[in-house]
Structure formats: C-alpha cells, structure tokens
Write a protein that binds this ligand. Sequence first.
Ligand code: FES
Length: 105
Amino acid sequence: PRVTFIEPNGTEHPVEIANGYSVMEGALNNSIRGIDGDCGGNCACGTCHVYVAAEWRERTGRQSEMEHDMLEFAEGVREDSRLCCQIEMSDTLDGLVVHIADSQH
Ligand code: FES
C-alpha cells in the first residue's frame, strides 16, 4: 500500500509500505525528514507525530489513550494528530495521506 507524506512546505513524498509495518517504519525506511521514530515505535517518544488528512481519519482511527498521553509532550498537537508508529499498514489504508508536523521539521 502507498502512503503519501506531505511536508509543511507542500512537498509530497509517496512511498510504498508493506502490510504489517507501521507508517513510522515506512517513513524511516524512506528517509522521510521530520519523522524520527526515536523510541522504535513504542508510543514513548512523540517524534513520529503526523496529522492525518481529513478523509482518512475514520480509517486510521483515533489516538489511543496512551498515544494521547504521549502527545501531550509533542508540539503543535491538534485533533487530527497521531503518532504514526501506532498506525499499521493494511490494504484498507492504501492511498493514505499524512502531513508532517511543522514543529518536527
Ligand atoms: Fe516513538 Fe512513535 S516512534 S512514539
């Protein structure tokens, strides 16, 4: 499945991420700037913060409680904020669009 990361300046980076991998792992494998994944995907660092495009929010789901707590430490948090290590790729997310948070860029 394909995910498009959009930088704060509007530059788009479409990448393929295999099913079962997290969006954060896919970003790291493709050297997407602004997604660091410092904790290795354990919902414990907040450096994989993204904004999920409106039309995808239903399919990615909402922040878990643990994720919500961790996001308290991230900058620029909004309603559509997610930690993308907590979004697992599957065919239903093919075409997903996420925006990289300005504060991390
Ligand atoms: Fe650390 Fe997602 S990689 S919270």
